[in-house]
Design a binder for this molecule. Structure first.
Ligand SMILES: [Zn+2]
Length: 256
C-alpha cells in the first residue's frame, strides 16, 4: 500500500542512485548505468524462435525507461539520418515510441505527424492523433520519413498496411519498419484463426500479435513496392545497450 504513494520521480531517483555506473550510457537521457533492467515477455515461443526485438533481456534504462530497440532507432535517427539537422522534413510516426516522439514533437519540424490506433485504457500525449495504418488520412507521397516500428505484427492484413505506408511515402523517402523477427524461421508464421489472447501468447509471444515474421519479411515489403536494405549499427555503440542481433529494416521508395 505504501509503495503506491511514492511518486514515480522519487522511485526513479532511487533507482538511478542504485544503478548508476559506467558500463552503459543511454543515448536518449544520458544516464550512465552499471546495468539495464529486465524487459520483454517470457513466453517459450520467443526463445524457441530466437526472436529479435522481444523475449526477456536486460534492456530498460532506469532513468527514461527506453528499451534497447527504442535506443537503436533513436541512434539511427540522430547519427545516420541526422534528422535533427533537417527541420524541413515531413515525418510520419506511427505507434510512436515515447521518448523519440516526445523529442521529435518538441523539435519544430515543418511537418511531424504522430498517430496511433487509440485503444481503450491507454493514455496518449496530446501530439498523438487517432490513426489507422490501413487508412492513413494523407495524400500520396506526403512524407520524407516514416517511422513505424513493432506495428505490422499486430495487423492481420499486413500487406495492405505496407501498401498504405508505401503510398504516403515520397519518392526517395525512407521508412524504418522494425518488427519482432526470427532469424531461424524462413517463412513468416501466421495463423489468423488464432484470436484468443492466451493462445496468441503461446503461438506468437504476445497477446495481440497475429504472426511471427521470418526471413521472408524484406520480401513482403518489396512486394508492396519498397526497396529494402538491412543495416546493423549496434556494434558501433557498445555503451548504448543495443541488441547486437537487431538489424534495421530500411525501406525506400524509388524516384519517379
Ligand atoms: Zn535513458
Amino acid at each position: 500500500m505504501i509503495k503506491k504513494y511514492i511518486p514515480a520521480s522519487v522511485k526513479t531517483m532511487v533507482k538511478m542512485a542504485l544503478y548508476s555506473g559506467t558500463k552503459y550510457e543511454c543515448p536518449i537521457c544520458g544516464f550512465k548505468a552499471k546495468e539495464l533492467y529486465p524487459i520483454g515477455c517470457d513466453f517459450p515461443v520467443l526463445k524457441e524462435m530466437q526472436i529479435i526485438g522481444a523475449g526477456p533481456r536486460a534492456g530498460g534504462c532506469y532513468k527514461c525507461n527506453s528499451s534497447d530497440r527504442e535506443r537503436l532507432v533513436y541512434t539511427y535517427l540522430r547519427d545516420k539520418l541526422k534528422v535533427w539537422d533537417k527541420k524541413q522534413m515531413s515525418i510520419l510516426h506511427l505507434a510512436p515510441e515515447k521518448n523519440i516522439s516526445r523529442l521529435l514533437s518538441e523539435t519544430g519540424f515543418d511537418n511531424y505527424v504522430c498517430g496511433d490506433l487509440f485503444t481503450e485504457g491507454y493514455d496518449y500525449p496530446d501530439y498523438v492523433q487517432n490513426m489507422n495504418v490501413l487508412d492513413i488520412p494523407f495524400e500520396d507521397n506526403s512524407f520524407d520519413l516514416i517511422i513505424c516500428n513493432h506495428l505490422l505484427e499486430h495487423v492481420p492484413t499486413d500487406a495492405a498496411a505496407m501498401a498504405e505506408l508505401y503510398r504516403v511515402l515520397r519518392p526517395e523517402g525512407q521508412a524504418i519498419l522494425q518488427v519482432p523477427i526470427s532469424p531461424i524461421l524462413e517463412n513468416t508464421y501466421e495463423d489468423l484463426s488464432i484470436v484468443d489472447p492466451a493462445e496468441r501468447e503461446k503461438a506468437f509471444g504476445q497477446f495481440d500479435h497475429v504472426r511471427i515474421y521470418g526471413q521472408d519479411y524484406p520480401g513482403k515489403l518489396e512486394a508492396a513496392g519498397f526497396t529494402v536494405r538491412k543495416q546493423n549499427i549496434s556494434a558501433e555503440y557498445p555503451k548504448y545497450g543495443l541488441s547486437l542481433q537487431e538489424d534495421l529494416y530500411l525501406a525506400t521508395k524509388a524516384a519517379d
